[in-house]
Design a protein around this ligand. Structure first.
Ligand code: EPZ
Length: 420
């Protein structure tokens, strides 16, 4: 096991490059199952979730090859079923995409129920609702195996009771080869849904409306392989934006889509940060004392739930009161106990955190409880007085590529130490 050791007090300065979007890549990689051909996916982040998905696809018979730093070749010609025997699917949330992709291609798929960050119950009832609406039967066994199958898939009108990223993408994948038209109403609108729809359309699917709350899919006969580049990771970019604010720094973030960053940009500007946009780069710089703001996380284009934890750390390091309301995940404040060890003054419940900011967080030994909480603790360590040690950093490696190197290149005093 390893840990991060951070010495606080450095203002971040310089440039950082953003990788491909984790939550787009972990949908697009399983979606290659829908064609019986070879795909080249470019700008894939080098993170553990992608490695796990590469192992999963290899296990079911795909030929997976990492071509260079950020491209992956996936040949799914020899896959003839989508049955995941081992426990790999429990390691990540995105393994549930094998159900939609396997159902779409083989009319049959079976995996163990997904794992992922501990941020609430995270049911998949809306995924199941969509699969059943298309004509599939869904069985969940006592030992946590979920199996979906259909004689044939017929397009249908599906209204999501909850705005769900995963369900929207999974139903899209199951519907692209179904007979007839499918409409997904109350669909999630995140950029990675648009990216996945664009990838499927590059394979020959017929999807319109991704990015709005109504997605229309006309089933087609067959999909073919393609080459596709994943969009930049707006959550990774937002993490560095918030870190620049917390450390009173001045950084330039390259390879971003500023439009995708608008919810974060708006909030940081409201707090008093300087923001300048140049095409596919953005400069985030400290000008004068920041004022606390209130945050409510919402589905896109609201403030993203995946940046709630880093933002709560930033607010904890300022003078004044603020309120953070978690409008998406069911139970995403567990990590607050770790920041309180560093002197943060926060009262919280499952859906709310009331922050009485304090100027001096102090270094401590803390534990990453999930991916984004881990990133938030790095930010806390960067602003705290003294030394912070973060353990269980495998959570962070699931979704951030080279995170300590990128922070070191911005001047942070952070190093990865192997735990004996
Ligand atoms: C995706 O999770 C992301 N993960 C999460 O990112 C992100 O926090 C979340 O979307 C919201 O943006 C991946 O893309 C792999 P949801 P997902 O379905 O699909 C409820 C990260 O840090 N719900 O949009 O699981 C659910 O409980 C991770 O990168 C149902 O009730 O999110 C939650 O409260 C963490 N029934 C809300 O909807 C369902 O069938 C949103 O969940 C599905 C979801």
């Amino acid at each position: 096991m390893s840990k991060f050791v951070i010495e606080g007090g450095t203002k971040l300065k310089g440039k950082v490059n953003i990788g491909g979007f984790k939550n787009a890549a972990v949908a697009i990689i399983p979606a290659t199952i829908l064609c019986q051909d070879k795909c080249i996916i470019q700008n894939v982040p080098l993170i553990d979730d992608v490695n796990v998905l590469g192992e999963i696809l290899t296990e079911i018979g795909a030929d997976v090859e990492f071509l260079d730093d950020t491209s992956i070749s996936i040949d799914t010609s020899n896959i003839n079923e989508c049955y995941l025997k081992n426990g790999l699917s429990k390691k990540i949330r995105a393994s549930y995409y094998l159900l939609g992709a396997g159902l779409g291609r083989f009319k049959n798929a079976s995996t163990l129920l997904p794992g992922g960050c501990d941020i609430g119950d995270r049911p998949i009832d809306q995924h199941i609702k969509g699969f059943e609406a298309l004509g599939a039967t869904v069985d969940i066994s006592d030992d946590g195996r979920i199996s979906v199958k259909a004689d044939k898939l017929i397009g249908n009108k599906i209204y999501l009771d909850v705005v769900s990223v995963g369900a929207t993408i999974n139903i899209m994948m199951a519907a692209v080869l179904a007979e007839g038209k499918t409409t997904i109403e109350n669909a999630a609108k995140e950029p990675h849904i648009v990216d996945t729809a664009n990838f499927l359309n590059s394979m020959g699917a017929d999807i319109k409306g991704a990015g709005t709350d109504v997605i229309r899919i006309n089933g087609v006969e067959k999909l073919r392989g393609c080459t596709y580049r994943v969009i930049p990771d707006q959550i990774e970019a937002g993490t560095y934006m918030i870190a620049a604010a917390a450390t009173k720094g001045d950084i330039i973030i390259d390879d971003v889509i500023p439009k995708h960053l608008e919810p974060i940009t708006a909030k940081l500007k409201e707090m008093g940060m300087g923001i300048e946009e140049y095409g596919d780069s953005i400069r985030v710089f400290y000008e004068n004392e920041l004022t606390p703001v209130n945050i409510q996380t919402l589905p896109y284009p609201g403030f993203p739930t995946d940046l709630q934890q880093p933002m709560t750390v930033l607010l904890s390091s300022l003078h004044g009161e603020s309120m953070v309301v978690e409008g998406v995940s069911e139970d995403r404040f567990k990590y607050v106990n770790e920041i309180k060890k560093m002197g943060a003054n926060i009262e919280y419940s499952k859906k709310h955190a009331k922050i009485s900011g304090t100027k001096n967080l102090k270094g401590a030994i803390v534990r990453a409880t999930d991916l984004r909480a881990g990133a938030a603790l790095i930010i806390a360590g960067l602003v705290a007085e003294g030394i912070t040690e973060i353990i269980d950093i495998y959570h962070i490696d699931r979704g951030y590529e080279f995170i300590e190197n990128k922070f070191m290149n911005l001047g942070a005093k952070i190093r990865r130490v192997k735990e004996d």
